[in-house]
Design a protein around this ligand. Structure first.
Ligand SMILES: [Zn+2]
Ligand SMILES: [Zn+2]
Length: 380
């Protein structure tokens, strides 16, 4: 398939990082996109993904093209995606990258990483490890807790009363562990319980003995399984999940443990938030395929010469901000996100890292440093 005239202009604009140009408006014309999608591979990609299954196309206006990872992306940072703004609050998001060694990559203007194929792949965990490394090395603010107590960096904080020992990767079970004041790093899971009766696996007075011996990985609901995988992949030994670590149906245990909940979320090395899941069966990892077909378009050098290509693919539709996910509707979720030092949000559209200094997605990057003081003042 070929490229239409407007898409050649689009490729030229991306190569030169133009935010608007005379041909941009032609992408507002759904009838044109539909007609061109017979012959043009980029029009087809945008049309198929954005409009083909829409009940009726809402009129929109392509007013500007934004470059990511950051707002007002400086020319010196390689771009990871573009956003075609179509409404005030909505945009068509397209991942952009170049092959290693290509003219586009050598220009330093384009990243060389294709989109992550899934949430549960080595590349995704490498991303998370790089966020953790940046946060632990560069952010003093993230070393302390919300209530400003300092944590013992060597021994780790005091562990909650009970915690899951996740064991090594691919181990077939996890076990409930009474910590007796022991210290160590742990993750805490933040998730929706779902409607009453959805929660199938809980620790009770009857099951606690068995849970100490071991809980089969296969018997965990998907959200818990995914959280165990994430914890193991990050080389952290312990994971706190309320329904398994607090004795359900035991009022005195519930009272005692829920009093320490704020401390648990503050002390956790990382809070894993299943922000896109309405109940524990839906999981952290998205099941929607991320492997969209890539379309190649020409890259134009600074002199305007065609020099190899760049690759584009559609990013998953929808809002990736966790504030729009089902978990955000749960009363405590917000509180737990604010208390946490670091939160890893899983949404169908991708993974988002949030610590006190830095917010980042696979292809977006926001430095929160400048907002930190006012944010904390606001809560005081
Ligand atoms: Zn086209
Ligand atoms: Zn940080």
């Amino acid at each position: 398939m070929d490229l239409c005239h407007d898409c050649h202009d689009f490729a030229r604009a991306i190569s030169q990082r133009l935010r608007s140009w005379p041909g941009l408006d032609s992408f507002s014309n759904v009838d044109r996109l539909r007609a061109e999608s017979q012959n043009c591979r980029l029009c087809k990609m945008i049309y198929d993904y954005t409009f083909a299954d829409a009940q009726k196309a809402v009129p929109y206006q392509c007013s500007e093209l934004f470059y990511r990872p950051c707002y007002d992306n400086p020319f010196s940072i390689p771009i990871t995606s573009v956003e075609l703004s179509i409404h005030k609050q909505s945009s068509i998001k397209i991942a952009v990258w170049s092959d290693e060694g290509s003219a586009a990559a050598l220009s330093g203007k384009f990243c060389t990483e294709p989109p992550l194929p899934s949430d549960n792949c080595p590349e995704a965990f490498a991303f998370i490890r790089s966020w953790i490394q940046k946060c632990s090395q560069e952010h003093d603010l993230c070393k302390g807790t919300f209530s400003k107590s300092c944590l013992d960096e060597v021994a780790g904080p005091k562990l909650p009363t009970r915690i899951l020992d996740v064991g090594p990767l691919n181990h077939e079970s996890v076990s409930l562990f009474e910590t007796n004041g022991q210290r160590g790093e742990f993750c805490a899971l933040n998730y929706c319980w779902g409607p009453e009766g959805t929660q199938t696996l809980m620790t009770t007075r009857d099951s606690i003995k068995d849970h100490r011996k071991g809980i089969q990985f296969s018997s965990l609901p998907k959200t818990f399984q995914d959280a165990v995988i994430i914890t193991r992949e990050l080389d952290i030994r312990y994971l706190w999940i309320d329904s398994l670590c607090i004795i359900q149906g035991d009022e005195s245990d519930w009272k005692r443990e829920s009093d320490t909940m704020a401390e648990i979320y503050q002390n956790a090395f990382l809070v894993i938030a299943a922000s896109g899941a309405a109940n524990p069966k839906e999981g952290c990892f998205s099941t929607e395929s991320r492997c969209q077909t890539a379309v190649e378009v020409p890259y134009y050098s600074a002199e305007g010469q065609a020099a190899g290509s760049i690759k584009l693919s559609m990013r998953i539709r929808g809002e990736e901000s966790p504030y729009w996910g089902p978990l955000s509707e749960r009363g405590w979720a917000f509180q737990e996100w604010i208390l946490a030092r670091r939160v890893l949000h899983y949404m169908p559209q991708g993974i988002t890292w949030k610590c006190k200094m830095f917010e980042s997605g696979e292809r977006d990057d926001y430095d929160m440093g400048q907002y930190c003081d006012s944010w904390e003042d606001m809560l005081d």
